[in-house]
Design a protein around this ligand. Structure first.
Ligand code: SF4
Length: 452
């Protein structure tokens, strides 16, 4: 399950400091959608860079523009079409790829002038389209590929995609139709990529896939039942912060939590619970719907009291009664999750939930969303207030010209969670540095502190 649109690291642009050599063909990239799509964009740019292309951060400097689209929600589709239109108007030569590329007629119906439309992970096809639009002109003495590949995220953290596709059939989701069944990358390839990233200076690895805890369960000849546990262990030995996203509350997740208690991987689980009422979860056809999630949460906290739990929820799912929604609110009181995102259910073309009876009126969805967020904010605020006075490690993301450092604690994933700001004596800090800080103030989502 993706983050809702307002929590996505949208519209990333290449952070590549290099100038264009004379005659160098140059490509621009607009990357929409979830972190998984961002990884695809990085792969495409890495290949183009290896072939001698320059990467432009604006339309004007690019000979052609790739738009990596998202097609998860109707609003994301509309946003993708808008981005394609903007790229056509500003540049003229546009190649479309990504999830919405699985529906080429939908795109060409609106934008007949796009040069090519390719679907998700069709790297070769994207490269062919680029070659056709802007032929390569490599210079082997100049075009050196950076050791870490091309990263769209700041150099000190990087997304690590460990699998593609999903074997579940959640009724509101069309990702399995667009991305296919689960295919896990070989552990050796994942580890090699992770090692290369760490060698190149990456301090934090963000592990992503559609269903991270299912990693490796698609291998027929696997030696262990849950290769996810071995992978977590191996990644935890690389000396970087390792953060797990999109984990489902299966019982075997308990076995990864001791690694968090030992400090091998970050004490952080991003678990898309989506709802708490068993009937709603069943109507959603969610994986692990039958698990007693409050018991699992208590078990994780028993093993690792400092664990941070982040989740996303859907309110106003078809058939959600006031009673079911109240169960979700009561569950939140018990679960006391640290970080929460919530979105109101909306139909997605092709999703099976569209045909469910008893769709919830818009004003009821809004009213439930307000009540849910009020509770979630109060919990987040109380949890952050309890951190005042604590001393903790934070990673520096950015230092501005006024010497204010924007950092994150172990409880904060980039782009989607909060920040810790240091506004005194922080001018000499560097992005990627991990420093000890005493927390002296807390807000609804963010913290403030000073160097300890
Ligand atoms: S687990 Fe469900 S929501 Fe997540 S990608 Fe698979 S089908 Fe979609």
């Amino acid at each position: 399950m993706q983050n809702p649109p307002d929590l996505r690291p949208d519209l990333s642009r290449a952070r590549i400091q290099d100038s264009r050599r004379e005659g160098q063909p140059t490509i621009g990239m607009v990357s929409l959608g979830c972190p998984k799509a961002l990884v695809d964009s990085e792969r495409i740019l890495t290949r183009l860079r290896a072939e001698g292309y320059g990467i432009s951060a604006d339309y004007a400097g690019a000979d052609a523009v790739i738009v990596n689209t998202c097609g998860f929600l109707d609003s994301a589709k509309a946003e993708s079409l808008e981005a394609i239109g903007e790229a056509l108007a500003e540049n003229g030569k546009v190649i479309v790829t990504g999830c919405l590329g699985a529906e080429p007629d939908y795109i060409t119906g609106v934008h007949p002038k796009v040069l090519a439309v390719t679907g998700p992970h069709q790297y070769e096809e994207v490269l062919d389209a680029v070659h056709g639009a802007v032929p390569p002109a490599p210079d082997p003495f100049i075009d050196l590929l950076p050791a870490s590949g091309v990263s769209l995220t700041p150099r000190h953290y990087s997304y690590l995609k460990i699998a593609e596709g999903c074997n579940h059939k959640c009724k509101f989701c069309i990702i399995p139709d667009m991305r296919g069944r689960l295919v896990s990358r070989p552990a050796k390839a994942v580890l090699r990529e992770a090692e290369k990233l760490v060698e190149a200076g990456v301090k934090e690895l963000l592990v992503i896939s559609q269903d991270t805890s299912a990693y490796g369960t698609d291998w027929k000849d696997r030696e262990t039942k849950f290769p996810f546990l071995d992978l977590a262990k191996d990644l935890g030995s690389l000396g970087a912060w390792v953060r797990l996203h999109y984990v489902y509350p299966y019982p075997h997740v308990r076995e990864v939590v001791p690694l968090m208690a030992e400090g091998k991987i970050l004490p952080y689980l991003d678990i898309p619970f989506q709802h708490a009422h068993p009937d709603t979860l069943r109507r959603m056809a969610r994986p692990a719907a039958a698990e007693r999630t409050l018991d699992e949460i208590a078990a994780w906290r028993g093993i690792c009291p400092d664990i941070t739990l982040r989740s996303t929820f859907i309110v106003g799912y078809p058939g959600e009664t006031e009673d079911e929604f109240q169960t979700l609110l009561d569950w939140m009181d018990e679960a006391q999750l640290d970080r929460v995102g919530c979105f109101q259910y909306e139909n997605v073309a092709g999703a099976r939930s569209n045909d469910l009876p008893d769709h919830v009126p818009e004003e009821v969805k809004q009213e439930r969303w307000d009540r849910f967020m009020e509770k979630a904010q109060a919990i987040s605020e109380a949890k952050l207030a309890a951190k005042v006075g604590q001393v903790m490690d934070v990673i520096v993301d950015d230092v501005d010209e006024d010497g204010i450092a924007t950092c994150r604690t172990k409880a904060d994933a980039p782009e989607i969670d909060g920040n810790l700001f240091i506004d005194e004596d922080a001018g000499d800090l560097q992005p990627g540095q991990i420093v000890r800080v005493e927390v002296d103030e807390a807000g609804e989502y963010d913290l403030w502190g000073r160097l300890a």
